[in-house]
Design a protein around this ligand. Structure first.
Ligand code: NAD
Length: 495
């Protein structure tokens, strides 16, 4: 694999340029989780720098630098972003791999293919979108006029930095906004490089700005900034609550895409090989660091022995190692504190047995064995807390009703998976599971035409075209009187 380079210093990108590292800024190490090596320094943006980024976005918005351009030019720019991503895919995947630890062989599909789709999707949409227009009665011609909202604060986590950041940047741009994005302080490299591609593609300077730093410092200054109009957040529940409270205090519209503890139900009618492939992928891809991970695997009792034995056998054969080795199937988890947290979650308890794995792998970096737990109660900690690592929690069920009840017995409601060849089970799951997405006989495949988001504590709002159009724009109802309007009454004609 070609070795690319990365900057030694990560700074804010404002008005189309990276700022010089400031001596006063709090430095944060950027560490390669595959080696444990310190590879760059992130210079945190404090409130003054966040203000500078928001003012740049506000200026560009007020000047109409982006939303004032002809539609065709905006559509072509979105396509050019997609084309430049394809051209630089090897470099972006390499950056994501050394920063996050995602195996390079998976990065093309999970990272750049998704980024390209994000921008081409909205280019297609903009080229075809029509608004509602209606003659509802004899008196008015009415139509919906759509305006951009203004300045968007976009805040994203570390588990899929480029994919999640562009899932917000693309619709924010498509609907004519300017924005400031704050990605995770743990994984800033690929997005920093991507910012220069936006400028190269023709996004006017100041329209998309980047700030880096810790959530309670940089993130909260961004959310609280009075010139920010709306906030889109993807991350954990604790930060989500703080952000929703701050946004609520200022009456800023807020979209929250939060965590999950998704069930993957394996019925005795399932194709066993398919279910094994799907459940393994659902929890060990990206070392389990996926919001929609199928982290609770519920297996029907009469196939449980065979399924569990084969699941463990295959989990033990997963090739864990250097993310830059194209044969690697699973890399490290993303950073040291998270590595400790995942290992702590595997501490044996009376309601849970460790069937396989559960230990760190002796090598530099943050590698954890693919781990399989058996829970004896749906209330076990391993069934209730989002571990966000390569840890599958298995449970055995007898009836399908019981499986649905266990699946719903969580404060989350992001996704659910069903492996079954029975129509009645599939229909019952579709009607009764309390989750924002149900995949039947398939791993997660996101589609921007469909809503994606959570019930319960998995979030508020949906990322999908219908919801995002209304999130990133304002609807204005316009009515033209089509005749000399008879007034309901005439005032002020004299005493
Ligand atoms: P996190 O909530 O700690 O951080 C997410 C982002 O928010 C980071 O950029 C962080 O710096 C920032 N942040 C933290 N506190 C903040 C505050 N008070 N104000 C403003 N910004 C703040 O989450 P994480 O550990 O980075 O990510 C893991 C979580 O994200 C998991 O729970 C996962 O399920 C969830 N996630 C959800 C989705 C989804 O689409 N639903 C997708 C990916 C990840």
């Amino acid at each position: 694999m070609t070795r690319f380079s990365h900057p030694d210093a990560v700074t804010s990108y404002i008005d189309g340029v990276f700022l010089s590292p400031s001596r006063d800024a709090h430095p944060i190490p950027v560490v390669n989780p595959g080696t444990g090596a310190y590879i760059a320094t992130l210079y945190e943006a404090g409130p003054a720098e966040v203000d500078r980024a928001v003012q740049a976005a506000a200026r560009s918005f007020e000047a109409g630098a982006w939303h004032g351009l002809p539609l065709e030019q905006r559509v072509n720019t979105l396509r050019r972003i997609a084309a430049l991503t394809a051209e630089h895919a090897d470099e972006l995947c390499w950056l994501e791999s050394i920063d996050l630890g995602i195996p390079i062989a998976q990065a093309r599909g999970a990272v750049t293919a998704r980024v390209i789709r994000n921008f081409n999707f909205y280019a297609d949409h903009l080229g075809q979108a029509v608004e509602r227009a209606a003659r509802l009665d004899d008196l008015y011609q009415r139509y919906v006029h759509r305006d951009p909202v203004g300045v968007c604060a976009l805040i994203t986590p570390w588990n899929a930095p480029l994919m999640l950041a562009t899932s917000k940047i693309a619709p924010a741009l498509a609907f004519g906004n300017s924005c400031v994005i704050k990605t995770s302080e743990y994984t800033p490299l690929a997005l920093a490089r991507f910012m220069t591609l936006l400028t190269e593609a023709g996004v006017p300077t100041g329209v998309v700005n980047l700030v880096n730093g810790r959530g309670p410092v940089t993130g909260s200054a961004l959310v609280a900034h009075p010139r920010v109009d709306i906030v889109s957040f993807t991350g954990g529940g604790q930060a989500g609550r703080a952000i929703a409270a701050a946004a609520g205090a200022d009456l800023k519209r807020c979209d929250l895409e939060l965590g999950g503890k998704s069930a993957s139900i394996v019925s005795d009618s399932a194709d066993l090989e398919l279910a094994l492939d799907g459940t393994l992928l659902g929890i060990f891809a990206n070392a389990g660091q996926m919001c929609f991970a199928g982290s609770r695997i519920l297996v029907q009792r009469n196939i449980a022995d065979v399924f569990i034995e084969r699941f463990i056998e295959r989990a033990r054969k997963i090739r864990v190692g250097d993310p830059l080795d194209p044969r690697t199937e699973m890399g490290p988890v993303a950073y040291e504190a998270h590595f400790q947290r995942v290992l702590d979650s595997v501490t044996p308890a009376s309601d849970m047995t460790v069937l396989s794995g559960g230990h760190a792998i002796e090598r530099p970096g943050y590698f954890i064995e693919p781990t399989v737990l058996l829970a004896h109660s749906a209330d076990a900690r391993a069934c209730q807390e989002e571990i966000f690592g390569p840890v599958a929690t298995l449970m055995v069920y007898d009836t399908f009703d019981e499986a649905l009840a266990i699946a719903n017995r969580t404060r989350y409601g992001l996704a659910a998976y069903l492996w079954s060849n029975r129509l009645d089970e599939s229909m019952a799951a579709a009607q009764r599971l309390r989750a924002g997405t149900l995949m039947v006989n398939s791993p997660m495949v996101l589609d921007l035409r469909m809503p994606f988001g959570g019930y319960k504590e998995s979030g508020i709002g949906r990322e999908g075209i219908d919801s995002l159009r209304n999130f990133y724009s304002e609807e204005k109802a316009v009515a033209f009187a089509t005749c000399m309007m008879p007034m309901p009454m005439r005032l002020g004609l004299g005493k």
